[in-house]
Write a protein that binds this ligand. Structure first.
Ligand code: ARG
Length: 477
């Protein structure tokens, strides 16, 4: 077999059969070495791998498996390797397959035989599971910060638009007037659930598989609680077979990421509609848009469009991970190496999308007059007229019928209900009096009347924003 493509990162091609030469009588085929390697993408968590190894060596010295001098040599060696990597002075070798063996091999090169003792009581199976968890834990913390920034941006924009009235839609048909602030708070609620989900998922990410070794545990007197404490894990895994094979935590994260992307995609869809010439509700500043190479007038909402498109990748990543796991017998199988790229892709995509949204939201400019004009069309206060009649003693179903007839007249005359005369309205019910125009048929009356927790009135939206700030403080405490 021959090598069909070059590895994406600077990785030196195959040389030997790596770390397990003892059992093998010929070197690994060069293509197989490249095909089975993961160092091209798992070098991404070198930091976590080194931190895990330092904690492992520290624990081994504590229980007397390593001497203190050996421990110190290992820690010093690993710290040097970390700076080699960070300054671009580390040679990643594909024949050493993955980040773990690259670093271990370099350690032995640097400090000699002591380097060969680091892997005592450990396997790459528990090592890799530990590394991904440490890595994902850090990424979750960064994603939570982005979510918080976006949530604050939404609250800021909502606060400026407590009194801005727009049409609310069902079936994308004008339904009832709402305040723009209320609409933005709906987006905020989606993201609060996303935060809760990620925080909950983090608890299950933050458990330590290290000590499970290859699958059955190890014969050395290890102190797992101590290693866990050093690495900031909340608990150690209970079952070694499960711990080396479990990737539920990655799937859970990806599911949470898929929901975030689904939410961002829905928001994107609304922004795309709202920025169109047909709606013109909102302007997205030029720096978030691009033009067309042929149509000079175009200003395209690229950022929301791209995020709507990118949601598909993250859903795909989730399906990849689920499918990866569904047929696997216990315990570790090489299949598991395929967990990384979908997970990284989901992380990168959700991070980029949240970053773009967090930057873009505070910069949105609503066209308040145009929103208001749109709310005045489409009979958005029809329900208010029905409620007005109910308050005068008409049964709701009858009121619905009466207003339906008034709307039909409005359609025929191309007039809003508020533009019909009192006499015209009274032909449908003599309970309608002159106060109908103030009490039911203005946009302000309509939104002000929805005055309860969760309602769209400016007063309620203001209170909801105040509560939201407190909730954010509690959420991110
Ligand atoms: N590169 C491997 C992975 O990502 C590390 C664990 C390999 N273990 C093994 N027994 N081959 O899963």
């Amino acid at each position: 077999m021959t090598t069909s493509s070059n590895p994406p990162n600077s990785v030196t091609p195959d040389q030997t059969s790596g770390m397990w030469g003892g059992r093998f009588s010929e070197a690994t085929d060069a293509f197989v070495a490249e095909f089975t390697a993961s160092v091209q993408f798992d070098q991404r968590f070198y930091k976590q791998d080194i931190a895990g190894s330092i904690a492992h060596a520290t624990m081994l010295a504590k229980v007397g498996v390593l001497t203190e001098a050996e421990r110190d040599d290992i820690i010093e060696g690993l710290s040097t390797i970390r700076s080699e990597i960070e300054t671009g002075n580390f040679e990643w070798r594909i024949d050493l397959e993955d980040v773990h063996m690259n670093i271990e091999s370099r350690l032995t090169q640097r400090i000699g035989i002591t380097g060969k003792k680091l892997h005592t009581g450990r396997s790459r199976n528990d090592q890799v599971a530990t590394d991904i968890r440490l890595y994902l834990r850090d990424e979750i913390d960064d994603i939570l910060k982005l979510l918080e920034r976006l949530q604050k941006g939404l609250l800021g924009l909502a606060a400026k638009n407590v009194n801005t009235i727009m049409p609310g839609f069902t079936h994308l048909q004008t339904a009832q007037p709402v305040t723009f602030g209320h609409h933005l708070l709906a987006w905020f609620e989606m993201l609060v659930r996303d935060t809760e989900r990620l925080q909950d998922c983090r608890k299950r990410v933050n458990r330590m598989p290290l000590g499970s070794a290859a699958l059955a545990g190890t014969t050395y007197p290890i102190d797992r609680a101590y290693t866990a404490e050093l690495l900031g894990f909340e608990a150690v895994s209970e079952n070694s077979l499960d711990a080396v094979s479990d990737r539920d935590f990655a799937i859970e994260f990806n599911a949470a990421a898929a929901l975030i992307m689904m939410h961002l995609s829905r928001m994107s869809e609304e922004l795309i509609l709202w920025t169109s010439a047909q709606f013109k509700f909102v302007n997205i500043p030029d720096r978030f848009c691009t033009g067309s190479s042929i149509m000079p007038q175009k200003k395209n909402p690229d950022v929301p469009e791209l995020i709507r498109g990118k949601s598909g990748r993250v859903f795909g990543d989730l399906i990849s991970l689920l499918t990866l796991m569904k047929g696997q017998p216990l315990a570790y199988n090489k299949d598991n190496q395929e967990d990384k790229e979908p997970l990284f892709d989901a992380i990168d995509t959700v991070r980029g999308s949240l970053m773009a949204f967090a930057d873009m939201i505070p910069a949105l400019v609503p066209n308040i007059e145009i929103m208001r004009e749109a709310a005045l069309r489409g009979f958005s206060t029809a329900t208010d007229l029905a409620d007005y009649l109910v308050k005068k003693g008409v049964a709701f179903r009858d009121a619905h019928e009466i207003v339906g007839k008034a709307v039909a007249l409005g359609v025929a005359e191309e007039k809003d209900l508020s533009e019909l005369t009192l006499e015209q309205l009274q032909q449908f019910s003599d309970l309608i009096t002159a106060d109908v125009f103030d009490k039911a048929l203005t946009l302000e009356a309509s939104v002000n009347a929805r005055d309860h927790i969760g309602g769209t009135s400016p007063k309620q939206v203001e209170a909801a924003i105040a509560r939201a700030h407190t909730r954010l403080e509690q959420l991110y405490a």
